[in-house]
Each structure stands twice: as C-alpha cells, then as structure tokens.
Design a protein around this ligand. Sequence first.
Ligand code: ADX
Ligand code: SF4
Length: 246
Amino acid sequence: MPDSPDPHVAARVESCASRLRDASPTEVLAAAHAEHGAAAAIAFSGAEDVALIALAHDAGLAFRVFMLDTGRLHPETYRLIEQVRTRYGVTIEAVLPDADAVAGLVRRRGLFSFYEDGHAECCGIRKVAPLRRFLAGVPAWITGQRRDQSPDTRAEVPVVQIDAANAEPGQVLWKWNPLVAWPSWKVWAYLRGADVPVNELHHRGFVSIGCEPCTRATLPGQHEREGRWWWELPAHKECGLHAPKP
Ligand code: ADX
Ligand code: SF4
C-alpha cells in the first residue's frame, strides 16, 4: 500500500494545483523548476510530448529527460529521440527493463502475449517496474499527459499531484502535467509554429504513439486512444504509468 502523503506536502501540492489551474505549460514548467530545480525529470515517450522538451528549452529551464526504452518502440520513435537530443542539446536517459524479467516473460509467454490476455503483464515488466526504479531517485517527474487524450481515464488529471502509486515507501514524489489543459490542436499549433521535430509516424496517420505492436494509425473521426491496445476496453487503455496502484 502507498503511504499517505505528509499533510503539509499534500496541502502545498494542492495549493500549487489551484494556483496553476489556468497557467500555461511554460508557467507550470517554471513552477516545477522553482520547486525542484534540474532534479525533476521529463518523461519523454517520443511522441507529441516533445513539446515539453522544446518549451523547457525555449524558457531556459533545465530538467533531466528520460525515456522508457521498452525494446518494442518504433524505429521512427528512436530516430526522433536522437533528433531531439542533438537539436536541444539534452542528455536523454534510457531506462531499460530488467533483462531477466523480459527473458522470463518471453520464455513463458512469447513475444506477443498481450494480444491473448491484455497488456498488463508486459507493460508491468517493460514500463512500470523500470519507471518506478527510476523515479525512486528523483523528487518529481513531468509528463505529457493531457485531459483530451483519454476521456475514460484522464478527464480529471490535475496540473500537479502527489504520485503515491509510483513512489517508494516514505518517498514524496511530485508529478507535474504541464500540458494537461492543452487540447491536441494547441500542442500541434505550438509544434508547427516553433518548428519542433516530430515523430514521422504522425505523418502516416498515427496520433497517439506507444510501443509498435500495441499502436496503430487512426482514421479521421476516431479518438486517438483507439490507436492504442485496440483489442481492449477503453477503461483498460492505461499501461500503468499513470494508473493508481490497486
Ligand atoms: S501510456 O500510459 O498510454 O503509455 P501515453 O502514451 O498516453 O502513456 O503518454 C503519456 C505520457 O506518459 C507521455 O507524455 C510521457 O510523459 C509518459 N510516457 C509514456 N510512455 C513513455 C515512455 N516510453 N517513456 C517515457 N515516458 C513515457
Ligand atoms: Fe508490452 Fe505493448 Fe505494453 Fe509495450 S505497450 S510494454 S509492447 S504490452
């Protein structure tokens, strides 16, 4: 069970969340920097959340940047990550899954077990466990979550929150979501206007981008989340990075 957060920290986070309710993504990034300095870490998936890195760069705010390298990302995603590294001069930390855990999964269940009984086991090994290992060493992480990404699971996401689900016992972990109030079109208006490099898959009908076997292009009129884990129910379309611990 996660610890209950210290009431003083909880009050502080809540007051930040209400003060920043209508703040721009840059103002939220600045607040995260004021709170934690460069020790806070941007979680970069290699999709349109590249906006976080570009906005922080434009504002002169330095953060750590990490990507969860599941081993199943598209080549286009790896190419974008490299382009971003050189364009913005940031160090990108690759966070890898435990090799024995991956080998065990493949030995027991093969490489595509998620199509048979859901993505929880594979995401648990390739994404969630490595994320928690990484987050044990930082005071805060910064995500590209947006409310419009998933009406079923993200409609209520705040600008900043305490992440009890991913914290170690006794750890106070902040989670900042600077893009939360931006709809997709605003993110894209910024990316185009600032000439930010984007994942080539976006030019081929992909909107939301995760791992290659679990992501597909969407048709006009389909919600972006329909391109992820399409064989599962909408309420299950979270890999566990952003879901509370049961
Ligand atoms: S997921 O939970 O369904 O996979 P999604 O793809 O919507 O997440 O991305 C939301 C945010 O989660 C991203 O902007 C990023 O901050 C974080 N995230 C997702 N996948 C990764 C990844 N592979 N590496 C780092 N951060 C990630
Ligand atoms: Fe595995 Fe798919 Fe989850 Fe990637 S998104 S970790 S391939 S189940």
